[in-house]
Design a protein around this ligand. Structure first.
Ligand code: NAP
Length: 472
């Protein structure tokens, strides 16, 4: 394939990526967006394979077979609730690939320069774009690899999820950061000094660990989104190393969309990125008002009690949270919504942007259960409607409906926008116990006069509620 056709194919792939990304912004068009982006990736991969490369077909095929096999197996096995861990690992592999390609390219040039390897078409010029890209691909790729592995270990509970902090930590990280910046400049100007290059690689791997250990488990999805952006930027740098415009474009798109998603998530939690990265959020709180105060008593109800309230209601807002994902209650809740509608109630679902454990978690689950998209209402739009609503049904959600976020300055979730379920006339909360949610704080909502707790697994309770409403 000629160079011109390769570049045209990369351009076509870039157009498909951009169209795909645009369609991913709405649940209705997202499946098509995925297919369009996958087609773009297929075009880019085929164009790269058809262009003249330095690897032979047997090695490429071996990589494709082994990589696809492991990927397909992992994707089939992963539980929906473990998706963020899986994404963390995949980001890490992306970073590793970029760092390895950067290192391999440097070694190829070093071997050519010393006369022990094949000659290269264009020798590596100190301080050039390629030398700088090798440095950036190595730095960002290595930080992404180890940072993502720590994120994975925290989410998979293979290491403590709480922030690991020590006195002077930020100063130590800043000093290491400065040292790495100096190494980067040195390697870009003297790329053939291989021991210094390996020093940069090792220091970058350590930096990835140091940057992520002080971040709490609750913030991990934000960090993963940021690491996803890093993996894109590392791939973009590798594109410059290899002179591959397809990689430059796809890496930039991943980098930019990861940064936009990170910003959306921070905004939804009313936190700055600096606070997420350096705030050690989720560290065991000082015994604060919300943890220690006598909060009163909670009222436990049965599905049969709830059926009585539903029989007099004309509107219901269902608020799903992480517990719906754990219980896999989405199909049961769809049946409940259908039943309530058949009985004349207006039913909608309130979607908090960070409900669950990954962006769009609730949308994905409800779409799987074929809940119509127009029934899913975003937080800002549904909040004014709670005061006129007869029943708010909170299904395995906790932090995203915690009113302390509005008022309690000492609470770690203070300032996070929440769904105003406490303003509905009646509130049912379905969860298994009084245990807190991901942020680790108790929820005043459960003690309110208009709140009725129905304890149990979300799916079992919803199924029982359906039976009770039918029988009433
Ligand atoms: P949450 O605050 O973590 O609470 C989930 C609740 O579900 C728990 O209190 C738990 O109580 C209950 N639960 C668990 N398994 C259950 C089951 N089988 N049946 C019934 N209930 C069950 O969840 P959330 O309200 O969805 O809030 C999400 C949290 O994650 C927020 O703090 C958010 O900031 C954080 N976060 C999310 C994202 C994201 O992208 N979505 C990103 C960053 C951070 P029991 O154990 O008593 O049952």
């Amino acid at each position: 394939m000629s160079e011109t056709w390769t570049q045209i194919a990369y351009l076509a792939a870039a157009v498909l990526f951009i169209l795909g990304l645009k369609q991913l912004s709405s649940p209705r068009t997202a499946p098509r967006g995925n297919a369009v982006s996958a087609l773009g990736m297929a075009v880019a991969v085929l164009a790269t394979l058809a262009a003249e490369g330095i690897l032979g077909w047997p090695i490429i095929l071996a990589g494709v077979v082994i990589g696809s096999g492991i990927g397909a197996l992992a994707a089939r096995r992963v539980q929906m609730t473990a998706m963020p861990e899986m994404v963390a690992l995949l980001n890490g592999f992306g970073g590793a690939a970029s760092a390895l390609v950067a290192a391999a390219e440097l070694l190829r040039h070093a071997a050519a320069a010393s006369g022990s390897g094949e000659a290269v078409a264009e020798p590596l010029v100190p301080g050039s774009v390629v030398a700088t890209a090798i440095v950036l691909g190595t730095l960002i790729g290595a930080v992404t690899l180890t940072g993502s592995l720590v994120a994975y270990a925290k989410l998979a509970q293979r290491m403590p999820g709480a922030p690991l902090t020590y006195p002077g930590q930020q100063a130590v990280n800043a000093l290491i950061g400065l040292g790495i910046a100096a190494l980067c400049v040195f390697v870009a100007l003297e790329p053939m000094e291989l021991p210094v290059y390996w020093g940069l690689m090792a220091a970058s791997l350590v930096l990835g660990v140091l940057l992520v250990i002080p971040i709490g488990g609750a913030d991990m999805p934000v960090v993963i989104s940021l690491l996803n952006a890093y993996s894109g930027l590392a791939a973009c740098a590798t594109g410059f190393v290899l002179g591959n415009s397809g990689l430059v474009i796809s890496g930039s798109l991943v980098g930019a969309s990861g940064i936009v998603l990170t910003k959306i998530m921070c905004d939804a939690m009313n936190r700055s990125l600096a606070n997420v990265l350096f705030g050690a959020f989720g560290k065991a709180p000082e015994v604060g008002a919300s943890a220690a105060a006598d909060q009163g008593t909670v009222k436990g109800y049965t599905p049969e009690d709830a059926a009585v309230i539903f029989s007099n209601a004309s509107s219901c807002i269902i608020v799903p949270g992480y517990g719906m994902a754990v219980a896999q209650a989405q199909h049961a809740v769809r049946d409940l919504a259908d039943l309530l509608e058949a009985q004349g109630l207006e039913v909608r679902f309130a979607i908090h942007p960070v409900a669950g454990r990954m962006p769009g978690h609730m949308n994905v689950l409800l779409a799987e259960a074929n809940v119509p998209y127009d029934k899913l209402v975003e937080m800002d739009e549904i909040n004014p409607q709670f005061p006129e609503t007869d029943v708010a049904l909170v299904l395995g959600a906790n932090d995203v409906v915690n009113p302390s976020a509005r008022t309690e300055k000492s609470s770690p979730i203070y300032g996070m926008p929440i769904l105003d379920v406490d303003r509905a006339k009646h509130v049912f909360v379905i969860k298994r116990s009084m245990n807190p949610g991901f942020a680790g704080v108790q929820n005043h909502l459960f003690f309110n006069d208009n709140t009725m707790m129905i304890f149990g697994d979300a799916k079992k309770v919803v199924l029982a509620l359906v039976e009770a409403i039918k029988a009433y």
